[in-house]
Design a protein around this ligand. Structure first.
Ligand SMILES: [Fe+2]
Ligand SMILES: [Fe+2]
Length: 191
């Protein structure tokens, strides 16, 4: 089911935002983050959500709007939000390039750009999980979902599919580490 897929993708995106946030914290306290990981996270966002996740959501949104224009009122301009998200991501990529090229930039400005991206992505995802997806499930009919499926690509997520692109290996390692730490915290809380 398309919404299940989109929700799963949100879980994946949230893990990556956590990885990015952790590296940002390292940077913000004056240490050197793992730039390989930071760049891999940026590359992932440039490839996957922008090319697959957002277009699929846009398809669902368009169909929902056609079915029931009032149902999308509390969702707003979804495609517009995706465009602004891409712009924020571009600023993050540029900021990191500048740091690596040793250009004069304030550490605080770099931190703000990255934090701004993370916070907006989280808010956007939360809105979709809370408002957009439940409305789509309520309003759209089986024929709508069949049409959306036909028009969407079946490309697999390069990071979370079984065939993992090599350049995302570093990020995967960090995600596994985060999950292990979370698991240890859960166990610790139980003891
Ligand atoms: Fe979205
Ligand atoms: Fe989304």
């Amino acid at each position: 089911m398309i919404i299940d897929l989109l929700r799963q993708e949100h879980r994946n995106i949230k893990k990556l935002l956590l990885v990015l946030e952790r590296e940002l914290d390292v940077f913000a306290r004056g240490d050197r983050p793992d730039y390989e990981v930071v760049q891999a996270v940026i590359a992932y966002f440039q490839v996957y959500p922008d090319v697959y996740h957002h277009p699929l959501e846009n398809l669902v949104f368009e169909r929902l709007k056609a079915r029931d224009p009032t149902a999308v009122e509390n969702i707003g301009d979804l495609a517009g939000e995706h465009r602004i998200g891409s712009e924020r991501l571009r600023r993050v990529a540029q900021a990191i390039e500048s740091v690596l090229a040793d250009r004069e930039l304030l550490r605080q400005d770099i931190s703000d750009i990255i934090r701004d991206f993370i916070e907006h992505e989280r808010r956007h995802i939360a809105m979709e999980d809370r408002d957009f997806f439940p409305t789509a499930v309520r309003v759209l009919q089986p024929q709508d979902w069949a049409d959306i499926t036909l028009r969407s690509t079946d490309q697999k997520d390069p990071l979370f599919s079984e065939v993992v692109e090599e350049r995302f290996d570093a990020v995967r390692g960090h995600i596994i580490q985060l999950e292990q730490e979370a698991e240890a915290e859960r166990l610790g809380a139980l003891c």
